[in-house]
Design a protein around this ligand. Sequence first.
Ligand code: HC1
Ligand code: SF4
Length: 574
Amino acid sequence: MIKVTINDRTVELGENSTLLDAANAAGVHIPTLCYYPRLPTHAVCRMCLVKVKGAARAQPACKTLAHDGDVIDTDSQELLEFRKADMQWLLARHPNDCIRCEVNGSCQFQNLVNEYQLEERWEKLPIGSRAHPEHKITDHTSPSIWRDLSKCIECGLCVEACGDAGQQQHIIGFAEHGSERMPVTVFDRSLSETKCISCGQCTLVCPTGALIETPQWHEVMHTLDTHRRVSAVQVAPATRVAIGEEFGMPPGTVSTGRMINALRKLGFDYVFDTNFAADLTIMEEGTEFLTRLKSGKHLPLFTSCCPGWVNWVEINRPDLLPHLSTTKSPQQMHGALTKRGAFARSLGTDFTQGKKEPYVVSVMPCTAKKDEALRPGVSGDIDHVLTTRELARMIKARGIAFNALQEDGEFDNPLGESTGAAQIFGASGGVMEAVVRTAAHFTGQEEALPLEWHQLRGVTEGVKEADIPGIGKVAICNGIAAAQRMLLIDSWREEYVAIEVMACVGGCLGGGGEPKSMDPKVLQKRMQAIYAIDRNTPRRRSYENRDIQTLYAVELEKPNSHRAHELLHTSYAA
Ligand code: HC1
Ligand code: SF4
């Protein structure tokens, strides 16, 4: 342990702590723009400059190691002037259209401008005035991600998040040098023309509005306000344990009921649970898996509910497509059932005759779900996809006091009933654990096998595995980088019978559409909340979902039936 004194407060720290760690431990706020807990820092923004007594120059707190006995000053007049000068330089290149910006109110840069009272120093530049005619400044070609380089402050976090330290996709890299440095795509292509998998991890780390999810919430508000169609919304498992963060609640706060109440206040006629379809996914995918196990064909089976992963396979390894489960993701299953299944029919004949079909929205922790909804073969079943962040913006824009809502909202049925197995879909390892729970029943091993598979859980491990008696060895790739590493070594073909891949570390709870957070423990806290919901749900195996049993009895006949294939399965293309 070492002891350092920071602004007259002494704290004890472990070896290898930085000056920023010291400040955090002492509760001293130091501004940062290019620092993010899981990524390497390059100390380019210079906002965190602090002075160590005796040192010749101010040093970046994010990158400088603390030493025993250091006496650190963070708030001298000289340091404040440094920061203001730096921000002024950034502001001179930044468009002054905050009020129209999608991240207005949640922009780290804007927050600092406010904190340091810099509005008066802001030059009145026209929007997008950054002079770089040779590079694309705005790019709205991707259904999932929008880029606007005029808002970029060159922190480099997107390059790291997409590159070696994160997703290892290397879609964004730096062009130019010095003060002209800017993150651009490979060959300056539009994002939709690159190998971008739409995971949105770049949007999570962007401190401004330079990288955001393709916004759809304006259209959703407009459609709800004009209210010409019956509207239905579904909410994904990982959204309910994170949305509270947008309203100042601690990570891991479960807000299912509050979110349902907010969605009703926003004007949705029906509020359904994606978890219902997650249970259905398990029935279909579990059956598909056991059939493949019997025939020995196309093993190991790869899970297919993560659209970032499906995009990656289609773009980079089409030879693996036969291994992907043909089962649609829960989002798309739910969309198909809402638009074309018994629910649509229950609304009356009008709704199945074209024009007046229900308006269907989903709330997802994921940016890639926006492009999934447009895939050939499923497109049309979901009208709009909102991220967790977008839903929070809608709630704020409507003046709904989220924190004051009761946690008592309930989903509409029958597309709202679910089991604990569906809830754990939102965490890395959860889909596989849910498959195992139901496969154990299908193979007559329910009594013999445990319900919980802790080897498959966790948000920090790259690859997790478990040997399931009577079934075989299964693996979890926690993040697309872990999957890429596994696929480099061919032994996965013989070693495993099934592999779950989630493109984002942590699974959906770490998705690119979740609230942004600098809390290094945020993923663990969301994960704990997900497993707590599972423990407190009376039914914890997907086949126990009574509404799913009814659905098979009245409409689908049995898992993998002809009708089930029509509604619930899909195909892939290179
Ligand atoms: Fe997911 Fe899924 S778990 S993919 O992470 O299978 O996005 O939450 O909704 O579709 O259920 C996301 C989450 C989500 C689907 C389910
Ligand atoms: Fe890279 Fe994912 Fe961002 Fe695409 S969405 S640029 S793959 S981090």
